[in-house]
Design a protein around this ligand. Structure first.
Ligand code: NAD
Ligand code: UGA
Length: 463
């Protein structure tokens, strides 16, 4: 089957970059990304590609190249579904906030809505691709909705989870470690798998395109995120032990990472992992295990989240304790608010929770982040519901300049590992602060020795 038209439902952090790269690499395929959110689509269509709604290094250039040629952003969901041979579902699957499974299970209402809309609109056979991260066996539910329309249209459901990380989305998409495609083992299933394999084969070596059954593919995505997050919680657990024993977690990470069976990546101790997926996907895994009565499996994975929450709280407690057990009315400057560098995404960022703890202690927080807007930071705090919006506005001051943010503060907390923080004139910052001047490096990116020689009291994670 020659694919010439693709549609993607959901123009978010996954749908937007993924489809932009497919469009760039497959100029013969028309790619239309649709979303219900009119503002988001308007922003994707902004003539100045610097204003597209998602910041990812290299993305604006790709959008500039493909948009209007074979890449389109639109709110006309039904038209795009009708025209496409392959429909990617790339909508959000957040943790449920109500009903059964509240706080753990994935909320599949947006997925179901997409399936119903596809069922309503489709007049020809289609391949429906799960791009969103979903609980294992979701394809069954999607298939049941699609197959009960009574209009004779045949659907093949594929699972094709996305493994990109934010901040490196474009390079991850251009050079993926692997592409995973799960499908039915029937003849029709294999034809659908091949159609999608051929799309990716336009730029990905076929050796890296792995095909499996649907359930393996769905579960592999949750497993990959669980393993990655587990490494961070493991090294973070060790960071606390390092602080008690005089060991240095960076040295420990290096020593164990040189064992080729362990490997050096994802061993950076931090204030805790953030992002929209690790926590949500592990909670979902825990919920699935519990549903099958696998309580030991559930408890095992839940510990990864418990450790991460502990790490965030431990960081704020350390700030309070070090500042003589009171931060009331003290100015504490946050460098960074995004959940990692090179993204404007703040979902589940550790900064939000650390700020919340410190504001509860009546600290005054100043923030500088090169990519996150004032409104975003305030709405992140409002979303927690700890206090009113006015109270949050009074407790959080946002600066456009890092030096201004640091002026007159008692302590600096590094919450995101933005490269620019390592290039600052730290002598100048020191001179503008209250003494003793503290730095709490939640990312271990600054040069401890240099800061101490200037006069700072430096506290990293795990040393
Ligand atoms: P997102 O919230 O940024 O984007 C989802 C978009 O879907 C939103 O713009 C929303 O308006 C739209 N949408 C929801 N329902 C719709 C409907 N019925 N019709 C049209 N549009 C609709 O989410 P995201 O970060 O792109 O994540 C999407 C999925 O991909 C999730 O399942 C997530 O777990 C997974 N994932 C995310 C990442 C990541 O780095 N963010 C990486 C891999 C996988
Ligand atoms: C993660 C996975 O890396 C992707 O493969 C996956 O596709 C994605 O989740 C998803 O499903 O959404 P992402 O959350 O964008 O990607 O970014 P990561 O680089 O994994 O970082 C997540 C968090 O862990 C960040 O807060 C980061 O600072 C933290 N981290 C990462 C550490 O604290 N230490 C490390 O060694 C690595």
């Amino acid at each position: 089957m020659e694919i010439t038209k693709i549609c993607c439902i959901g123009a978010g952090y996954v749908g937007g970059p993924t489809m932009a790269v497919i469009a760039q690499k497959c100029p013969h395929i028309q790619v239309t990304v649709v979303d219900l959110n009119e503002q988001r689509i308007k922003d994707w269509n902004d003539p100045n590609t610097d204003n597209i709604p998602i910041y990812e290094p290299g993305l604006a250039e790709i959008v500039a190249e493909a948009r209007g040629r074979n890449l389109f952003f639109s709110t006309e969901v039904e038209k795009a579904i009708d025209e496409a041979q392959i429909i990617f579902i790339s909508v959000n699957t957040p943790t449920k906030t109500y009903g059964k499974g509240k706080g753990m299970a994935a909320d599949l209402k947006y997925i179901e809505l997409c399936a119903r809309q596809i069922a309503k609109v489709a007049k020809q056979n289609k391949i429906v691709v799960e791009k969103s991260t979903l609980p294992v066996r979701t394809a069954e539910a999607i298939k049941s909705i699609l197959d009960n329309t009574g209009n004779g249209v045949q659907f093949q459901i594929l699972s094709n989870p996305e493994f990109l990380a934010e901040g490196t989305a474009v390079t991850d998409l251009l050079n993926p470690d692997r592409i995973l495609i799960g499908g039915d083992t029937t003849h029709e299933g294999e034809t659908a798998i091949n159609a999608l394999v051929n799309v990716y084969a336009n730029w990905v070596n076929r050796d890296k395109i792995l095909t499996t059954n649907v359930w393996s593919s769905e579960l592999s995505k949750l497993t990959a995120n669980a393993f990655l997050a587990q490494r961070i919680s493991s090294i973070n657990a060790m960071s606390e032990l390092c602080e008690k024993t005089g060991a240095d977690v960076n040295e420990v990470a290096k020593a164990i990472g040189m064992d080729s069976r362990i490997g050096p990546k994802f061993l950076k101790a931090s204030v805790g992992f953030g992002g929209s997926c690790f926590q949500k996907d592990i909670l979902n895994l825990v919920y699935i295990a519990k549903t099958y009565g696998l309580n030991e499996v559930a408890d095992y994975w839940e510990q990864v989240i418990i450790m991460n929450d502990h790490q965030k709280r431990r960081f704020s407690n350390k700030i309070v304790q070090t500042l003589y057990n009171t931060v009331a009315d003290k100015k504490i400057t946050f460098l960074g608010w995004a959940f990692k560098k090179d993204t404007n995404d703040t979902r589940e960022s550790a900064a939000i929770y650390v700020a919340d703890d410190l504001i509860n202690e009546q600290a005054k927080i100043s923030v500088y982040d090169p990519k996150v807007s004032r409104n975003k930071m305030l709405s992140d705090l409002d979303y927690l519901g700890t206090r009113t919006s006015d109270e949050n506005i009074n407790s959080l001051t946002i600066f456009e300049d890092a030096y201004d943010a640091c002026k007159g503060s008692h302590a600096i907390a590094v919450l995101t590992e933005w490269d620019e923080f390592t290039t600052y004139d730290w002598q100048k910052i020191y001179e503008s602060m209250h003494k003793p001047a503290f730095v709490f490096d939640g990312r271990n990116i600054l040069d401890a020795k240099k800061l101490e020689s200037i006069g700072f009291v430096y506290k990293g994670i795990g040393s």
